[in-house]
Design a protein around this ligand. Structure first.
Ligand SMILES: [Zn+2]
Length: 144
């Protein structure tokens, strides 16, 4: 027996209820029929932010910018983490230049910045790029 998790669809923002024992079965969105769980990161914007930080599956947000060298070198690590964490944590990227209001609202002072959300609230954040193992350990310390 498992309680369903509420998970927003990364494509249409529809909320899905997915039993924990079905997380590995490539669940489809009830609204748009696309995959709810990705093994890549997806793009967060001011338009989908409020919908996407909701839900029972944590969301790890990478705040980056095109001019930021460390952000660019961190990007492949972030994608590796997205593959490894599929079904346990959702990973998204926020372009701080294209979404300046939201970056300001989030109080971003340096990039890359990583912010972990669950159920619509920020749990914790870290500034700077990490090697994959450190990133995974940090998330493990948050119960992921
Ligand atoms: Zn959908």
């Amino acid at each position: 027996m498992s309680n369903p998790l509420v998970i927003p669809c990364p494509h249409c923002n529809g909320l899905n209820r997915i039993p924990t024992d079905r997380l590995g079965d490539t669940p489809k969105c009830g609204r748009c029929k696309q995959n709810v769980l990705l093994s890549t990161s997806f793009e967060l914007t001011e338009g989908n932010y409020a919908a996407q930080i909701k839900g029972d599956l944590p969301l790890l947000l990478d705040v980056w910018a095109d001019w930021c060298g460390p952000c660019k070198s961190f990007a492949p690590t972030f994608e590796q983490a997205a593959r490894q964490l599929s079904g346990r944590c959702r990973l998204a990227k926020l372009d701080s230049e294209a979404n300046r209001n939201l970056a300001g609202q989030l109080g971003i002072r340096s990039i890359p910045s990583l912010i972990l959300f669950k159920n619509g609230r920020e749990l914790t954040r870290q500034a700077g790029a990490f090697p994959l193992q450190s990133l995974l350990e940090w998330l493990r310390s948050q119960g992921i």
